[in-house]
Design a protein around this ligand. Sequence first.
Ligand code: PNS
Length: 162
Amino acid sequence: MTIACCPGTYDPVTNGHLDIVARAAGVFDRVIVAVLLNPAKQPMFTVEERIAMLKEATADLPGVEVDTFSGLLVDFARARSVTAIVKGLRAVSDFDYELQMAQMNLRLSGIETMFMTTNPKWSYLSSSLVKDVARHGGDVGGLVPEVVLARLRERVGRGANG
Ligand code: PNS
C-alpha cells in the first residue's frame, strides 16, 4: 500500500492543488490531503471551512482523504505510514523553499518528497492571488472549484463572481 501526503494550508483549495491531488491519486494507492492547523499566517477560512471545501472538491477522487495536522509534517507522515510527501512545483520561484523543506524533512524522517510539475494551465495560480483578486472584485471563476467560489462569494460579496 503506497500512501502520498499532500500537505498545505489550503486557504482555499485551488484547481492547481486539485490537479496535483488527482495526479497523485493516479500514482499512489491512497492520498492524504493534510491541512496545517494554526499556520503563522491569518487564514481567510477556518480550518473547518477549508476541510469542508476540500472534502467536497475531492469527493469524486477514489482513495483520497482529508485530514489535519499540527506540529511537524514528518511526525504526522510517520504516524500515518506515508510513503512520500507530494508537492507541486509551479515555477523556479517555488524551488528554493521546497528544496529546503524536502531536504530537512528527509533528514528528520527519511521520508522522501516527490515533486510533480504543475500543469502549465495553473502555473500562475495560488491561494493568495485568488483571495486578493476576489477581495478586489475580480473574477476567479474557473480557478477554484464551485464550492470555493460559493464560499468566496459569501465572504467577500460580489468579488468572486464567476
Ligand atoms: O500551503 P503551504 O502554506 O505552502 O504549505 C506549507 C506546509 C504546510 C507544507 C509547511 O509549512 C509545513 O510542512 N508545515 C508544518 C511544519 C513543519 O513540518 N515545518 C518544517 C518543514 S521542513
